[in-house]
Design a protein around this ligand. Structure first.
Ligand code: MRU
Length: 330
């Protein structure tokens, strides 16, 4: 299943909001629609968001070309795309990279931006293969591995990040089991990771997020491995809400805690020149289950979508250019 594609002038997204029950593709012909699909998480996962943003920039370039002031229109549309979700740095990086390429005549913008997005898509699989290969030394035969959120092909448009590492390790070494956090509130673990692990033939069970401490204390976890939405210069890692708690638990139980992500998820300006914005999402994601209100009427919710794990809790960071140990200096 291809999470992000471009066909006949349209961005084609596998709608991840309905998986695995419904397999449906969205066809999007303008930058506004692409920004909306990213905001509403039809496409999600930092690298896949970056790829979708690169295609969205091609749509923006096409729209801008025919207007009275192409540069101003492009700027407005690129701001809209860049602001669709704030935490995954891949989104901003890809918008900025496309803008940097669109310096010639507006008549060339669409082809240039599209060519860039296509090249990026072609490279994604090789990048993910390198991530998985570089992560292999983290694994031993028969390991029990815990992961969080979704880092599979659906999250990158390639093979995945931490997920690709898990699949390769299972093929090469044989893992005993993967425990997939369900990952409240959007359930990327239960819906997407469990689905992809099943497709890949990796033995797994889904656990509620709150069971991670029990599993570690019971000796059911040898390695925690996750992806990243942004990695700072000192290895601090913004990732799906709940990741920081897992890292603290892993340290307490003496379990290695690894992050696997491409260089495009690294933000050398953070911390210092840039700070990370933690996306705060609609309280209804917490208060409702499958569109049905379950929380008491009148109660509100706090719904941060990400948290930040300090670099000193991360025992390894794997990128396409190698496996790094603390102290990190990216
Ligand atoms: O909010 P999402 O679903 O876009 O979450 C991002 C993620 O998929 C995870 O945080 C993931 O671990 C990093 S992206 C491979």
């Amino acid at each position: 299943m291809q999470a992000v594609d471009f066909q006949e002038g349209k961005l084609r997204l596998l709608d991840q909001r309905e998986l695995p029950q419904v397999v449906r593709y969205l066809e999007i012909g303008d930058a506004e629609g692409a920004a909306e699909a990213i905001r509403d998480m039809a496409v999600r996962g930092a690298p896949a968001i970056g790829l979708a943003a690169a295609y969205a920039m091609a749509l923006a370039a096409r729209e801008a070309t025919g207007t009275a002031d192409p540069a101003a229109t492009l700027r407005t549309l690129s701001d809209l795309i860049a602001q669709a979700r704030p935490t995954a740095i891949n989104l901003r990086h890809e918008v900025e990279r496309s803008l940097g390429l669109l310096t010639g005549s507006p008549a060339t913008w669409y082809e240039t931006a599209l060519g860039h997005a296509e090249a990026m898509k072609d490279g994604q699989r090789r990048e993910d293969e390198a991530l998985a290969q570089n992560a292999l030394p983290l694994f031993r035969p028969g390991m029990r591995v815990l992961t969080h959120c979704n880092t599979g092909a659906l999250a990158t448009g390639g093979l995945g990040t931490a997920f690709a590492a898990i699949v390769l390790a299972h093929r090469e070494l044989g893992l005993q089991e993967v425990l997939a956090d369900e990952t409240r509130p959007r359930l990327q673990g239960a819906r997407l990771t469990a689905f992809e692990l099943g497709q890949a033939g990796v033995p797994h069970r889904v656990i509620v997020d709150g069971a991670a401490a029990y599993c570690m204390a019971s000796g059911l976890v040898d390695l925690v491995i996750v992806g990243a939405d942004r990695i700072g210069s000192d290895g601090r890692t913004a990732n799906k809400i709940g990741t920081y708690g897992l890292a603290v638990l892993a340290k307490h139980h003496g379990i290695p805690f690894a992050v696997v992500a491409p260089r495009s998820s690294c933000d050398p300006l953070w911390p210092g020149a840039r700070e990370v914005e933690i996306e705060q999402r609609d309280p209804r994601e917490v208060l409702e289950v499958m569109g049905q209100r379950v929380a008491s009427a009148g109660s509100d919710a706090l719904n941060p979508a990400f948290d930040v794990t300090p670099g000193e809790l991360v025992t390894a960071i794997v990128r396409e250019d190698g496996l790094f140990r603390p102290p990190y200096a990216f």
